[in-house]
Ligand binder design. Sequence first.
Ligand code: CS2
Ligand code: MG
Length: 402
Amino acid sequence: MRITNAYVIVTSPGRNFVTLKIVTDEGVYGIGDATLNGRELAVASYLTDHVIPCLIGRDAHQIEDIWQYLYKGAYWRRGPVTMSAIAAVDMALWDIKAKAANMPLYQLLGGKCREGAMVYAHANGRDIAEALDRVDYYQEKGFKAIRIQAGVPGLDKVYGVVKGGVYEPAIRAAAPDETPWATEPYLDHAPKLFEAARERFGWDLHLLHDVHHRLTPIEAARLGKSLEPYRLFWMEDPTPAENQEAFHLIRQHTTTPIAVGEVFNSIHDCRELIQNQWIDYIRATIVHAGGITHLRRIAALADLYQVRTGCHGATDLSPVCMGAALHFDLSVPNFGVQEYMMHNAETDAVFPHAYTYADGYMHPGEAPGHGVDIDEELAAKYPYTPAYLPVARLRDGSMWNW
Ligand code: CS2
Ligand code: MG
């Protein structure tokens, strides 16, 4: 089965998405997500200008060889732009192979080893009361796991919190929004949020929290300790992870489970974290970490150390990534949880999909392939609009990690 055509579709039904479509001489086509929030056009160009010309004429069934060809063949290895482009090709080729086999993708990945993927929702509020009302809302919808983020007194903008419900971090503008950060009020406030959550909802609910890279290792250790009484499912991205050794320090001080990796693009970004058992959940995703082929390698390494998966699933990953992730989640032995931040109605219409949610779990559906398609005519109605993630500054004006 030869690749005869491939092209990139950029669409913005509320936020920007980049999709690669690969077409074969047998009429079977596949699609892959190539969205890199705030740097969308760099991946689109990488694919159009440098990858697609090398794909035409290749055997679409040779997924591993094409992966190696794009990874080793670029000479310049790793990096989010390269790995998102490779991921898009990989996802589209797995979609094609599964469609050719007339099977849902999870069957080609070894078959399902669970009936559904437990997902977690996002509850956020400007204060504790508002955040807990959102927890109530999601619990009513059946969620077994809920991430909670609340505003911090004294900070007028906080990661994960927005007026009126759904949090969309990227802002449509020519440059990033500037947000303030101060560690001390946050460290004092976070345990109060989880104390109130346990008081109101009891213990039969998994609670998660995203620190979003704001702390130093010793501050993260202090937060982990102060949250121990509330038995979190995980504390996410407590400190930046370029220096993997930083997690050694956090680990020595706290038993609060740690999740890391939504910004990772390679197994080398998490090798020491996993081998030293400094983390409990690896959050790398299909779109940013080299596709299904590479994420399976990461999961296999993690499985040796009882580290479980917890794929990033924010709305800046398109429904194509969500669909592919659910097949991965169903088939991987060391699955932990899947993030699920619902897309808006416009996005769902552009990307018709087979996946479904019911009572806290998601299922990828039984459609051949990964089960997600793109309505190209509708996609064309939403042209690319520049949008950027915010930046953070300390009170004295110095740049911090957003
Ligand atoms: C987040 C994301 O989902 C998460 O855990 O950290 O909302 C993240 O901020 C965005 O995906 C960044 O693009
Ligand atoms: Mg996160």
